[in-house]
Design a protein around this ligand. Structure first.
Ligand SMILES: Cc1ncc(COP(=O)(O)O)c(C=O)c1O
Length: 351
């Protein structure tokens, strides 16, 4: 058995792969499969509508929010956010928790002034000046392996979040956010699609001068279809949403993810310091488990030996080093158990 622990693009659920094999390129009575049809055609419209409804149900989407299905990745939103939500010269706040929060702030700074903010130990308290256009957090730091234990209070300043690596891995209090965004290639499907969920009142902030494809307001007005949307990626996303619903929704995803992560964290904690995590216990990510080995030679040996027993893509992010296991929704418990057993064995042999 081979297991893919990649951080994204990541594993799809087996059932979705099987369904995709049957449905993606099968032509209907109109002589076309979904990705061959005009995006304004009734079958494609109904696919989009189904995807939107299914996602809204999974999230328990409150009234007053819009779901946008956009082309591109999460990094595009690093630029679209300040362009849409902050007036020229108005600062935006970015809580600095790790690699992706830093990248979001660096891109934001190209367009508007930025303020670096610090998270408190428990994650709840933030000192947020109320002149900020928004306060940005990265709910799960994919490269560092840490996740916010609580959503912070930001007063009247809208909370904006990059939820790319933990979207749909647990229930989410959407009503706490002004806007959230996630690219698809971790828990939604395949690269090319990004989901943006935005509170309707914030759409009024998009300046008239923005190009249509950069304007959340105009994208929302056009129901995300100003130009050809990423049809194949959306079709796969709809299958993933159906799969999650069939598994029992987000509470079931959260329970399964917690169990998988616990297996791997137990292997870290039982290793007597052979594997070390830099993340405080409350902040450990339930989906990206990261740790360091005593040195880079052992890290390399770990990665190579793991591959020989079918455990793939465990090398940590290049900026962070160490190893990283991504245990998103589609990773079965058997993959996490196999990894935990290998980690125990490796620590006994080299510790
Ligand atoms: C938290 C987070 N934000 C942003 C990105 C960048 O996403 P994309 O490649 O879709 O632009 C990633 C990619 O891994 C990520 O993990």
């Amino acid at each position: 058995m081979a297991w893919n622990f990649a951080a994204g693009p990541a594993r799809l659920p087996d059932a979705v792969l099987l369904r995709a094999r049957e449905e993606l390129f099968t032509r209907g009575d109109d002589g076309a499969c979904q990705s061959e049809r005009p995006f304004s055609s009734p079958p494609f419209r109904s696919l989009r509508q189904h995807a939107g409804q299914q996602l809204a149900e999974l999230l328990g989407l409150p009234a007053g929010y819009r779901i946008l299905f956009l082309a591109g990745g999460a990094m595009q939103q690093f630029s679209l956010l300040p362009m849409n939500l902050a007036r020229p010269g108005q600062p935006a706040g970015y809580v600095q928790t790790g690699y992706w929060a830093r990248r979001a702030m660096q891109e934001g700074a190209v367009h508007r002034p930025v303020r670096a903010l610090a998270a408190s130990d428990c994650g709840m308290l933030l000192d947020v000046p109320n002149d900020l256009a928004y306060c940005h957090i990265t709910t799960n730091e994919t490269a560092d392996g840490l996740a916010w234990p609580n959503l912070p209070e930001t007063g009247t300043v809208p909370l904006v979040a990059d939820v790319t690596s933990d979207f749909l891995t647990a229930p989410l209090a959407v009503d706490r956010f002004g806007l959230l965004y996630a690219s698809a290639q971790k828990n939604i499907g395949v690269a090319g699609l990004t989901v943006v969920i935005v509170r309707e009142d914030l759409l009024e902030r998009s300046p008239q001068t923005l190009p249509a494809l950069f304007s959340y307001r105009r994208l929302a007005e056009a129901d995300s279809c100003i130009n050809t949307p990423p049809m194949l990626a959306l079709q796969l996303a709809a299958m993933v949403f159906d799969w999650i619903a069939g598994q029992g929704g987000l509470p079931a995803m959260a329970a399964s993810n917690r169990r998988k992560a616990a297996l791997v964290y137990q292997a870290i904690d039982a290793s007597g310091g052979f594997y070390r995590t830099r993340v405080a216990a409350d902040w450990r990510s339930p989906v990206n488990v990261c740790c360091q080995l005593p040195d880079t030679a052992l890290t390399e040996r770990f990665v190579v030996e793991a591959e020989t027993v079918g455990l793939h893509y465990l090398r940590g992010h290049p900026q962070i080093g160490g190893i990283r296991a991504s245990l998103y929704n589609a990773m079965p418990a058997a993959g996490a158990s196999a990894l935990a057993a290998f980690m125990g064995d490796f620590a006994r042999r080299y510790g």
